[in-house]
Design a protein around this ligand. Structure first.
Ligand code: GAR
Length: 216
């Protein structure tokens, strides 16, 4: 099998996108970013894609604030299909996707979230964690289902919350982990090692030697 063709949807800064591009270009993951699509015309994510020679497409979301119109969503699908995308990775994509889209890409849409789900879904996961007073938060990569941040969890990483954290310092600590586990999760998909059993994602053993086991 060739490399996994990933289409990234992003609305903003695109640091997760960049982490995936960097891992891909360095050959650390068997993933190729086939196209980047954004609902925001001047998203930094589109710039990052162009700089890496990756097709970057702005698709206007239509008149809604938090979702895409059916026509816009259809256009997203067309762009992803034009680029023969196997998996759709949401990376700071701030729009909710409808059932039609999710059915077409069933089990093939993933997202990164800046909290340990199911705690603090939705917007501002880092601020929610600070306001609640948890001592640990973190990052989650999960498959996307019809709910908001409710799909089966692929990987999580925890970080401590410090007494003097601001939203920015906590976000930065979490972001480092997002970058690491997003690339790792995509690699698990590329290797065909994930099996979804209801809510539970199970990971099979990798090929001998591939993960640097202790049997050398
Ligand atoms: C990331 O922290 C991501 O987890 C979050 O937006 C940021 C995007 O950063 N996503 C959500 O909150 C989705 N609910 P990036 O554009 O630099 O990757």
């Amino acid at each position: 099998m060739g490399r996994l063709r990933v289409g990234v949807l992003a609305s903003g800064r695109g640091s997760n996108l960049q982490a995936i591009i960097d891992s891909s270009l360095a050959g650390r993951i068997d993933v190729e970013v086939a196209v980047v699509v954004s609902d925001v015309a001047d998203a930094q994510a589109l710039e990052r894609a162009r700089s890496a020679g990756i097709p970057a497409v702005h698709v206007p979301p239509g008149r809604f604030r938090t979702k895409l119109t059916p026509e816009a969503e259809q256009r997203y699908t067309e762009v992803l299909e034009e680029h023969r995308v196997d998996v759709v990775a949401l990376a700071g994509f701030m729009r909710i996707l409808h059932d039609d889209f999710l059915e077409r890409y069933s089990g093939r849409v993933v997202n990164v979230h800046p909290a340990l789900l199911p705690s603090f879904p939705g917007l501002h996961g880092q601020k929610q964690a600070l306001d609640y007073g948890v001592k640990w938060s973190g990052a989650t990569v999960h498959f996307v289902d019809a709910g908001v941040d409710t799909g089966p969890i692929i990987l999580q990483a925890a970080v401590p919350v410090m007494d003097d954290d601001s939203e920015e310092t906590l976000a930065a600590r979490i972001l480092e982990q997002e970058h690491r586990i997003y690339a790792e999760a995509l690699q698990l998909i590329a290797e065909g090692r994930l099996k979804v059993d209801g809510r539970v994602v199970r990971t099979s053993e990798g090929a001998a030697g591939a993960t640097g086991g202790d049997d050398a």
